[in-house]
Design a protein around this ligand. Structure first.
Ligand code: GTB
Length: 216
């Protein structure tokens, strides 16, 4: 049975590897699992067929036989549990890597999104300019803490894990801002993640969707 994931037919990230199917593609590439992609328009994402798979009408989803999953954290965890390569075998090391998965999604990603999303939805509101420095301050605090913990290590806790995979994709949303500027170890960490062959394959596959679309 072929694993099938869903992704944007017309990604607003314009092939920059920022839409969340990238996490799932990268995880599947790391463990060597082939997969198919079903591309969805925004309209199709809100139709009953997709809502049966994803209650919030979002991408990505993951289907393998009669298993259907949504939420990238759950999907990446499932892939990491089923296949070698993304979680250590030792029970304690595995628990720590899983903790980093949660930290990426529950502790580091929220302030990054809290800062980014008002830029799309509230930029014209009177409170936007006043609020932005507060939101940026929260991101700066979090990345400083993460930078301190990472130090000069290659990965968060020993070998590369699903925790690093999620953390790199979360931190990538700060690329192009000045928020990583004070932390060369985090920029190097992101670059190490992006240099992994599995990341490159996933990125190229996602970008190919945009390239095909923009050439029609
Ligand atoms: N918590 C869920 C998960 O991790 O799976 C969040 C899923 C999610 O936010 N999916 C987004 C979506 O389907 C796409 S990735 N949005 C449509 C909707 O909610 O109706 C988010 C995203 C979109 C665009 C960019 N970009 O342009 O850079 C980056 C990330």
């Amino acid at each position: 049975m072929t694993i099938t994931i869903t992704a944007f037919a017309q990604s607003p990230d314009r092939g920059r590897g920022l839409a969340r199917d990238m996490r799932v593609r990268w995880a599947l590439e790391e463990v060597g699992q082939p997969y198919a992609v079903r591309l969805l328009t925004f309209r199709e994402m809100k139709e009953p067929t997709h809502l049966a798979l994803h209650p919030f009408g979002q991408i990505p989803t993951y289907e393998d036989g009669d298993l259907a999953l949504f939420e990238t954290g759950g999907i990446v965890f499932h892939i990491a549990e089923r296949h070698a390569g993304l979680l250590p075998a030792d029970a304690n090391a595995r628990a720590q890597a899983i903790t980093w998965m949660f930290a990426a999604l529950n502790t580091v990603e929220p302030p990054i999104l809290d800062r980014e999303i008002p830029g799309y939805t509230e930029r014209d509101k009177p409170w936007y300019a006043e609020r932005l420095p507060i939101l940026e301050g929260r991101v700066r605090t979090r990345v400083a803490e993460l930078s301190r913990r990472l130090g000069d290590a290659d990965w968060l806790d020993g070998a590369f894990s699903a925790g690093d995979l999620l953390m790199v994709t979360v931190l990538r949303r700060l690329e192009g801002s000045d928020l990583l500027g004070d932390y060369p170890n985090l920029s190097a960490y992101i670059a190490r993640g992006k240099a992994r062959p599995a990341y490159r394959r996933a990125f190229e596959a996602q970008r190919a969707v945009w390239t095909a679309l923009s050439s029609t």
